[in-house]
Ligand binder design. Structure first.
Ligand SMILES: [Ca+2]
Ligand SMILES: [Ca+2]
Ligand SMILES: [Ca+2]
Ligand SMILES: [Ca+2]
Length: 289
C-alpha cells in the first residue's frame, strides 16, 4: 500500500514537469520609439488693479473724483502680469508692490483686485503675508500722549498700524465689487494684528486638498488656464461688511499710529495637484465655515 502511494506521487511529479515544459513563451515585439518626458508647467502669474478711496490707478496715474489720492498724481499699484513664482516655499521678491502708501489717514480705504493665473496645469495655491516691520518711526508730541511705548527702533514691532488696519478678501469675479455670491475670507473686516495672532506671518489657503476659497470652501485645485480674482480690501480703521456694503470708520484710530509704518511681503505660490492629492497649505488662519 505504501509503495503504491509513492508511485502515484512520482507520476504526479513527472506529470507536472511535462506540463511545465509545454508552457512555451509566445513572443512578439512592438517597439514604441521616440518616447519623451517633458515636464509640465506650474507657472503662476499675477496682476493687480488698485483702488484707493474710490479712485483708480490707471496707467500709472490716479483717476477719479475723490480728492485724495490726488487725481493725476502717480500711482504704482496697478500692474500687468508678474511671473516670478518660485514654488511653494519660495518668497517672491518683485519690484512691484500691491500697496505703497506713505500718507495714510484714519478712514482711508482701498482695494486691490489681483488676478491669479496658473498656466495649463491644475494647482494648489496658497497665500502668505509676512510682516517685515511695524514700528513707530518717529514719536510726535500728540502720538506720545496716546502711545506710551513709542520708540524709533525699527525692530521694536510696537507700531500701531497692524492693530488699526482692517482687511477683507473675497473671491471676486474681476469687477472689483463685492457681490452676494462671492465668498468673503475675513468676516467683518478683521484687524491685521488679530489675524497675525501674535506672530508676524499670516498664511492662507486659496485652494488645497481640504478647502477652496473660490468654490465656497469645497476642496479642489485651481484649474489651469483659468483666471481667478481676489478682491483685497483694506481700511485704516474699523471695517464693517453689511451684506455686500463695506464701510470704513476711522474714528477709533487715535494719534498712537501717527507717522508709524508697516511693511509686509505678500506672496502667492502654486504647486502641482496631480500626484499630490493630500497637499495642505500651512495656513495660520481658517475662514469660518
Ligand atoms: Ca509714530
Ligand atoms: Ca507704539
Ligand atoms: Ca465682484
Ligand atoms: Ca505709534
Amino acid at each position: 500500500m505504501k509503495r503504491i502511494i509513492l508511485s502515484l506521487t512520482m507520476i504526479v511529479a513527472v506529470g507536472a514537469i511535462v506540463i511545465a515544459s509545454t508552457g512555451a513563451f509566445f513572443s512578439d515585439t512592438e517597439t514604441s520609439t521616440g518616447n519623451t518626458f517633458t515636464a509640465g508647467e506650474i507657472d503662476l502669474t499675477i496682476d493687480s488693479q488698485q483702488h484707493y478711496n474710490g479712485n483708480s490707478c490707471i496707467n500709472g496715474f490716479w483717476s477719479g473724483s475723490a480728492a485724495y489720492p490726488v487725481p493725476g498724481s502717480v500711482c504704482f499699484g496697478t500692474w500687468g502680469q508678474i511671473d516670478d513664482a518660485q514654488g511653494l516655499e519660495g518668497i517672491n521678491v518683485t519690484s512691484e508692490k500691491f500697496f505703497t502708501f506713505n500718507d495714510l489717514k484714519p478712514g482711508d480705504w482701498g482695494e486691490n483686485t489681483i488676478s491669479l493665473h496658473v498656466d495649463s496645469n491644475p494647482a494648489w495655491v496658497c497665500a502668505n503675508i509676512k510682516v517685515k516691520s511695524d514700528y513707530d518711526v518717529t514719536c510726535t508730541e500728540p502720538e506720545e500722549a496716546d502711545d506710551q511705548d513709542c520708540s524709533t527702533d525699527l525692530n521694536a514691532f510696537n507700531g500701531e498700524i497692524a492693530e488699526n488696519l482692517s482687511l477683507a478678501w473675497w473671491a471676486d469675479d474681476g469687477d472689483s465689487v463685492l457681490e452676494g455670491n462671492e465668498n468673503v475670507f475675513f468676516m467683518n473686516g478683521s484687524k491685521l494684528s488679530t489675524l497675525l495672532n501674535g506672530g508676524d506671518t499670516l498664511k492662507l489657503t486659496l485652494a488645497d486638498s481640504l478647502q477652496n476659497f473660490f468654490t465656497n470652501l469645497n476642496s479642489g485645485p485651481l484649474n489651469g488656464g483659468t483666471t481667478y480674482y481676489v478682491g483685497m480690501q483694506w481700511c485704516f480703521g474699523d471695517m464693517v461688511i453689511n451684506g455686500t456694503t463695506i464701510t470704513c470708520n476711522g474714528a477709533p484710530v487715535n494719534n498712537a499710529s501717527q507717522s508709524d509704518s508697516l511693511t509686509a511681503d505678500i506672496s502667492f505660490s502654486a504647486v502641482q495637484s496631480r500626484n499630490n492629492s493630500s497637499f495642505r497649505c500651512k495656513d495660520t488662519y481658517k475662514p469660518a465655515i
